[in-house]
Design a protein around this ligand. Structure first.
Ligand code: JHZ
Ligand code: SAH
Ligand code: ZN
Length: 405
């Protein structure tokens, strides 16, 4: 039995991927296969309904100087974060000398826009490499993990924050108690804590099981977020569904009693209840889909290879570590993956050790088929790589089911 990271209730496992490597550790050919592995299994807390991993990876193994993910790598995400910044500027950062803190600011894709507006800001980002990229753009960053002690230091040095924002970061943090106490220490009275993360409702609906990997410790619902907020003296006052990264929800949290909750909150929770998102039976069904998708994908790759056709992967995503390692896809079935990220090119996919090549080499020559691991960027990549399809190339997607586009 595993204990809930939020309420210490009982966590019941609903899927187990077995031993998995870290999804964002890209070794070189020279580095041996001694990579760190952990058990990737996911469960539901029977008390507070929080969906979470059963084993926690030490944070500095994942988030360190060489953390390879660059938030600015997608045009659509750059637009999304620019819009987010403009929304925060228009709604929450309107007082005299407002102050915006971002947890997990990465390469500064969001805070850069806040900086350009001349608004006081601070990113808190433990991964030194990406933090340095943000600083080069003039964004103020503290290379640190956000937690209660960090929050108190910031409050002492910079004063209270009007907004504390985080994207794709809070679900990465098992120590939510320290996060909420930190938010409480840093947020001004009347301020808001806004964060957005992959939504369990979308994962269940579209079978996007590859959202489950080391970094995604929690898979949130409005109900589980309302619960954890309440525990620490806060209230979930608004929810917005977002189309990015395969479906997310943006949660707005305020101190209890400070803001009237929007009707969108009970509406989304009611929808979650009717879909059975907090029931073990619903979540256990995900497993059938996972096994079917992996079997179908391997069968398709074997068939294509058997017919002498060439296949490559597109996007060395963190998500793809779950797919390749659970399905058992290695360089024999998929000889290489193309990606634009400098810190990934020339290295190997975690676990599967499939070589990663620069996306610039995709057309030299095009493979017959390409598995779109970055399926959340389908529109952007299909537009950018239209020549591939024009020359007869075919895209393979695997969620919600294996399909040739
Ligand atoms: P993408 C990461 O997940 C890890 P990943 C993390 N845990 C998380 O939650 C999300 O980000 C936010 C490449 N690419 O965004 C770049 C191209 O090659 O799906 C990336 O390596 N060409 C923090 O890794 C990858 O694909 C392109 O045109 O699953 C995309 O990674 C585009 C747009 C991307 O996140
Ligand atoms: N917000 C960006 C980055 C997401 S990647 C985006 O949405 O694209 C997740 C980031 O969270 C990484 O850069 C990682 O270094 C950072 N992170 C992990 N734990 C953290 C913590 N405790 N405090 C602040 N940042 C953290
Ligand atoms: Zn719990």
């Amino acid at each position: 039995m595993s204990k809930c990271r939020v309420c210490e209730g009982e966590v019941r496992k609903f899927f187990d991927f077995g031993k998995q490597p870290l999804s964002d550790t890209f070794l070189t050919e020279q580095e041996s296969g001694e990579a760190y592995h952990f058990r990737l299994a996911v469960g539901l807390c029977t008390r507070c309904t929080m969906v979470q991993l059963l084993e926690e990876v030490p944070r500095d193994r994942m988030f360190h100087h060489d953390y390879p993910y660059h938030s600015s790598g997608s045009r659509r995400m750059r637009e999304h974060f620019a819009q987010t910044a403009r929304d925060l500027l228009a709604t929450e950062l309107t007082g005299e000398d407002p102050f915006c803190v971002e947890i997990g600011s990465n390469d500064g894709v969001m805070l850069g826009v806040i900086k350009d507006a001349g608004v006081r800001h601070l990113g808190v980002e433990p991964s030194g490499g990406v933090a340095e990229l943000a600083r080069k753009d003039g964004v103020r960053v503290r290379t640190d993990f956000f937690e209660e002690t960090t929050a108190r230091l910031i409050a002492g040095e910079d004063g209270p924050a009007d907004v504390i924002y985080a994207a794709n970061t809070i679900c990465h943090i098992p120590y939510l108690d320290s996060i909420f106490r930190g938010v409480d220490a840093l947020l001004r009275p009347g301020g808001v804590f806004v964060f957005e993360d992959p939504y369990l409702g979308d994962i269940v609906e579209r079978n996007t099981f590859d959202q489950i990997y080391d970094e995604h410790f929690f898979l949130f619902t409005a109900r589980s977020v309302r619960g954890v907020a309440h525990r620490f003296g806060f209230e979930l006052v608004d929810v917005h569904r977002l189309p990015v990264h395969g479906g997310e929800v943006r949660y707005t949290i305020a101190r209890r009693g400070e803001r009237a909750p929007s009707p969108a909150v009970p509406a989304l929770i009611a929808e979650e209840t009717s879909r059975g998102l907090a029931e073990l039976g619903t979540l256990e069904k995900l497993g059938d889909g996972i096994d079917r998708i992996c079997a179908d994908l391997v069968a398709l790759l074997r068939d294509l290879r058997g017919r002498g056709l060439s296949v490559a992967g597109y996007g060395a995503t963190a998500k793809s570590a779950t797919v390749t390692n659970y399905a058992g896809i290695g360089p024999d079935l998929l000889p290489c993956v193309y990606d634009t990220t400098p810190a990934k090119i020339g290295r190997l996919m975690p676990g599967s050790r499939i070589p990663i090549r620069s996306a610039e080499e995709f057309g030299r020559p095009y493979p017959d088929y390409a598995v779109l691991f970055a399926w959340n960027h389908t529109e952007e990549i299909l537009a950018k790589e239209e020549e591939f399809a024009a020359q007869g190339g075919k895209w393979i997607v695997y969620v919600p089911e294996v399909r040739v586009l």
